[in-house]
Design a protein around this ligand. Structure first.
Ligand SMILES: O=C(O)CCC(=O)C(=O)O
Ligand SMILES: [Fe+2]
Length: 356
């Protein structure tokens, strides 16, 4: 997990400049009519993408990527500037993509996994279903949010859970779903103490994520530092949810015990710009375009590199998601069209790690 307090000064750095370059900028025209201001529509200011490395265009020859092939023909891309970094375009099958995006919306945030809502609202069991049904949280009861003696800042208390009700006074499930930013699988992460806490109840890393991460790191093993993949046994994952305008600031994931072990990060939904910098924020990062089904592996020296997401490209990737919806989603099950619609405006990243 990463250090959110890493850049408290807000100092201008090469990394920060790159973040600003790619961040969503909205502009609104204002006209004066009969002495009164009239506000036009907000529009997105075009971003110069010419320096963004596109893994799907690597065959064009001008790319900074070096292309390799695994035994079964899968493409692996490396960067000579960043040893230990491997990008696997289309690493997931379309079936895995459908399955994981449904799981990331409907199963992974379920208790006992913590989410960014846990501190304020307690366990939100059934968030996805409640959002589909148009439910809200029942009104807060006096004392619901009281924290017992010995409460430590940063530890997430189990505030009493509230029920979903139709037409309740609390926040709507739809709004809470739109504001879902992360959930943690495997031992809970204490963001303030910056440690994994095996003392609280937690959801073990789903076997499908463990298997997928091991498969991908084994595929990339030749391009990772010595034996980084061989004995790797991931036990935690952070699921990040991004909507248009959401960003993930430049950080290093430096809490896990073995700082050279791989992190395998899976992209689902909308495209994004991923910045990969150096060991300080003074180094200018490279910008990469990540798409749904792509995987990124960072191990060895690349683990020490600052990285972040300055931009989610809402329209990009949406057509594919809609197409998948008409195919029926996960087994054509109920809610698959709703999942596909949601993912058209969302990016999900699942980063799988070993905490111990
Ligand atoms: O969203 C991404 O692609 C990167 C996520 C990440 O860096 C993290 O979860 O630590
Ligand atoms: Fe990270």
């Amino acid at each position: 997990m990463y250090d959110k307090t890493d850049d408290p000064s807000g100092l201008r750095t090469a990394f920060r400049d790159a973040e600003k370059q790619y961040q969503l900028q909205l502009r609104q025209s204002i006209r004066l009519r009969k002495g009164r201001k009239q506000y036009g529509k907000l529009h997105v200011v075009p971003t110069n993408m010419t320096d963004v490395l596109d893994p799907r265009a690597s065959h064009q020859g001008a790319s900074a990527f070096t292309e390799h092939r695994s035994g079964d023909g899968k493409i692996l891309l490396t960067l000579s500037t960043h040893p230990g970094f491997v990008l696997l375009p289309k690493a997931l099958t379309p079936e895995e993509e459908l399955h994981l995006r449904a799981a990331a919306l409907t199963q992974y945030p379920e208790p006992p996994a913590n989410t960014n809502h846990t501190r304020q609202h307690g366990s939100l069991a059934g968030l996805w279903e409640a959002a589909q049904k148009g439910w809200s949280l029942e009104a807060e009861k006096q004392g619901d949010l009281s924290r017992g003696a010995g409460h430590e800042e940063g530890a997430i208390d189990r505030v009493q859970s509230r029920r979903w009700v139709s037409g309740g006074d609390g926040p709507t499930a739809q709004k809470l779903l739109m504001k879902l930013r992360w959930c943690t699988l495997g031992p809970q992460f204490d963001w303030t103490a910056r440690v994994y806490d095996t003392g609280q109840p937690y959801k073990t890393l789903p076997a499908e994520l463990h298997a997928l991460a091991c498969r991908l790191s084994a595929l990339a093993a030749n391009y990772l530092p010595d034996r980084a993949a061989a004995s790797w046994d991931p036990d935690v994952a952070l699921v990040n949810y991004y909507r248009e305008g959401d960003t993930l600031g430049g950080h290093r994931d430096d809490v896990e015990r073995d700082q050279s072990a791989p992190i395998v990060a899976i992209s689902l939904g909308c495209d994004a710009i991923f910045l990969l910098g150096g060991q300080t924020k003074g180094e200018t990062p490279v910008a990469l375009r990540l798409r749904s089904r792509d995987a990124v592996i960072m191990a060895g020296p690349a683990r020490m590199c600052y990285h972040g997401i300055p931009r989610v490209l809402k329209e990009a990737g949406a057509a594919d998601s809609r197409k998948a919806a008409s195919g029926g989603g996960v087994g054509g099950g109920e809610g698959s069209a709703a999942i596909a619609e949601h993912i058209c405006s969302t990016r999900i990243n699942i980063s799988i790690r070993a905490s111990r």
